[in-house]
Write a protein that binds this ligand. Structure first.
Ligand code: SF4
Length: 366
């Protein structure tokens, strides 16, 4: 069994670590690219959301590298995610890329099915080893998140354009290369040291923007045209409403790890505007917008794929939040037609607006 899975930002680092810990043969697809999207667009239904198309492209590319089994998350609720795995599997079969499918249903809803599928992946490994593997995967996810957060702070303040990106890439490689918890601890420290070694101008005026929206588009830089990096080079420190480790804590560990933001907190903050689940992370999008406004952020950007139902609902609610808190919002909707120039123009205009509101004369633009 040669396992593969879809890309979603840095997800491949903890997931690969976890699967390899269990002795699995893992094929990581090439990073999502124009080729991945072209393959996905060619075979996916036209109105499928962009993550579906990119997932499909990832699987086809992984198949070319010898993968024969897809590990995919399942879902339930009003959006289309619950059908993703089965439809992608059927399409792969139709185009002659027949692969085995292992769907990991959300453990909080289908615990017995989840356990069964984990057993299928783990083979003869003991439950103790499975727990250790999940723990190791979580530790990697947290290390990656901490590095990302450090890069968000350093990027708008860096003196040499591109220095943070370089440091960030080096840090990621160290975390990815760690093969035990002890090595990972060291790698994590070293990675954070490399980022803090980036020469920065701490007196530079910097804007703060919260990024909210659909999880895939938020986490996968190819699908959002490197939004975090672009904002960083426009002099903006960003924060994201979802990090991998928080997602794992909410959905796998049922919030047992303390000190991390939780979906329950976000949903509580959303309550005056949206009280029920609308699929995906629609409710959390509203709650996170409220939390960013309360925390004094200068603006909020919502990002989601074209036709994403939960985020369309959230988009219609956001003006109420903006009106109550006096915080500006920008919505970016991504699909295979999205162009970089148009995106950059909108980002520059939004950043200019925020800078004027704050009385900042000049924002950095590299
Ligand atoms: S949350 Fe949006 S993008 Fe994700 S599967 Fe559902 S509709 Fe598609």
């Amino acid at each position: 069994m040669r396992l593969t899975f879809p890309h979603m930002g840095n997800l491949h680092i903890p997931l690969k670590a976890m699967l390899q810990y269990l002795g699995a043969d893992v094929v990581v697809p090439p990073p999502s690219s124009k080729k991945t999207l072209t393959l996905g667009v060619k075979y996916a239904p036209e109105f499928a959301c962009m993550p579906f198309k990119l997932n499909l492209g990832n699987f086809i590319e992984a198949r070319e590298l010898g993968a024969d089994t897809v590990v995919m998350a399942g879902g339930c609720g009003p959006c289309r995610f619950g059908y993703y795995a089965q439809i992608e599997h059927a399409i792969l079969k139709d185009i002659g890329c027949d692969m085995q499918l292992i769907v990991l249903e959300p453990p909080e809803k289908h615990i017995s099915e989840f356990i069964l599928k984990v057993r299928q992946i783990a083979g003869t490994r003991s439950w103790w080893q499975v727990i250790q593997a999940i723990r190791f995967g979580y530790q990697k996810a947290r290390a990656v998140d901490l590095l990302e957060i450090a890069s968000f702070k350093a990027r708008p303040r860096e003196l040499v354009p591109g220095a943070t990106e370089l440091a960030y890439r080096q840090g990621l490689a160290l975390i990815d290369g760690a093969t035990s918890s002890v090595e990972l601890k060291e790698a994590n420290k070293k990675a954070l040291r490399i980022i803090s070694g980036v020469t920065q101008d701490h007196s530079r005026p910097v804007l703060k923007i919260g990024l909210i929206g659909e999880i895939y588009t938020l986490l996968e830089p190819f699908s959002n045209h490197n939004l975090e990096r672009r904002l960083g080079s426009l002099g903006v420190e960003v924060d994201r409403s979802i990090y991998l480790s928080e997602w794992v804590n909410d959905h796998l560990f049922l919030g047992l790890i303390k000190g991390l933001r939780s979906k329950n907190e976000a949903c509580a903050a959303a309550a005056p505007y949206l009280r029920h689940f609308v699929g995906g992370h629609g409710q959390e999008t509203i709650g996170s917008a409220v939390n960013y406004a309360r925390a004094g952020y200068d603006g909020v950007i919502q990002v989601f794929p074209f036709t994403c139902m939960p985020e369309i609902v959230a988009k219609s609610v956001l003006p109420g939040v903006g009106g109550d808190f006096g915080i500006p919002f920008l919505t970016l909707i991504m699909d295979e037609q999205s162009g970089e120039a148009g995106l950059l123009t909108r980002l520059e205009a939004f950043v200019d607006l925020l800078a004027r509101r704050k009385g900042i004369e000049e924002v950095v633009n590299r």
